[in-house]
Design a binder for this molecule. Structure first.
Ligand SMILES: NC(=O)c1ccc[n+]([C@@H]2O[C@H](COP(=O)([O-])OP(=O)(O)OC[C@H]3O[C@@H](n4cnc5c(N)ncnc54)[C@H](O)[C@@H]3O)[C@@H](O)[C@H]2O)c1
Length: 268
């Protein structure tokens, strides 16, 4: 029921931390991978690691905000693999300019940075979903999983643009799930995961000091996490495999929190 062997999966933002982990986990489960990155060379190491565990992966160069480059890559993937079963929209993240400084307020926010981060996190999921989702609608089968964030469910101070754009992306997840089921049948499912706090490239400096201790921000998060720790990146992979598999075949339009209880906790 949970098996995903021989499925064809596309992963956007494949050179990132969370993407690398699920790519290896999928490879171990027998999934064949089409890995997307703006720079193909950024995927060399990951592909070697996947080959070393007997997996199968191919790199493709594309910008998730560029519909034409995605259309070209879709044709290449369909010619290389024959179909598209799973799309993981992982590319995304916060941008330094879109976060309000410690001593600043919303009135210091850079509108340009707000627009850029919105483009990345909202349109960066919408455009690949439309391009690759079309192939799924023609097959009448497929799974899309978007990577949202806890910053939607609970307000994270200073992080304005990232939170608003992930919130819009969650709404789009539900919207597209309904659209696909109503117009193309139950075979194409669209869901999202909402990771809590996982230390990676983007947030390491924000959450930990050089000596490994937590920053004030890191301490605040742990205080609000009933499990009293940050997540391990690998702890997302079981949920993604579940949503990708037939075990979840009646599940569409949900956002699954993976957060050590953060979203359930009032802090009291
Ligand atoms: N790490 C966490 O704690 C955490 C928590 C919640 C949500 N998330 C979300 O999970 C996803 C992955 O996070 P991560 O920590 O692995 O980040 P990461 O920075 O390691 O990976 C993001 C990837 O997206 C790629 N990317 C950015 N813009 C792109 C574009 N225009 N075209 C193609 N690729 C582009 C980057 O090159 C990078 O490889 C993001 O969407 C992030 O918002 C992460």
């Amino acid at each position: 029921m949970f098996g995903i062997k021989d499925k064809i999966a596309i992963i956007t933002g494949a050179s990132g931390s969370l993407a690398g982990s699920i790519a290896k986990s999928f490879a171990e489960a027998g999934v064949k991978l089409a890995l997307l990155s703006r720079k193909e060379s950024s995927l060399t190491e990951l592909i070697e690691e996947i080959n070393a565990i007997g997996g199968s992966a191919k790199a493709y160069e594309a910008d998730i905000l560029d519909e034409k480059s995605l259309e070209t890559v879709k044709d290449q993937i369909l010619s290389d693999f024959g179909r598209i079963d799973i799309l993981l929209n992982i590319a995304g993240g916060n941008l330094p300019g879109a976060t309000i400084g410690v001593d600043k307020t919303i009135f210091d926010l850079s509108i340009d940075a707000f627009k850029t981060v919105t483009d990345l996190n909202l349109n960066g999921t919408v455009i690949p979903s439309i391009v690759f989702g079309k192939a799924m609608s023609e097959q009448k089968e497929g799974v899309i999983i978007n990577y949202s964030s806890m910053a939607v469910e609970r307000v994270i101070t200073r992080v304005a643009g990232y939170s608003a754009s992930k919130a819009a992306m969650e709404n789009f997840t539900r919207w597209m799930a309904v659209e696909m089921a109503l117009k193309f049948g139950e075979g194409v499912r669209v869901n999202a995961i909402a990771p809590g706090f996982f230390i990676g490239k983007q947030n390491r400096a924000l959450l930990t000091n050089e000596d490994g201790s937590y920053t004030q921000r890191g301490e605040d998060i742990i205080r609000n996490t009933p499990m009293k720790r940050f997540g391990e990146v690998e702890e997302l992979n079981g949920a993604v495999q579940f949503l990708s598999s037939d075990a979840a075949k009646f599940i569409t339009g949900i956002v699954l929190p993976i957060d050590g209880g953060f979203s359930a906790f009032s802090g009291v």
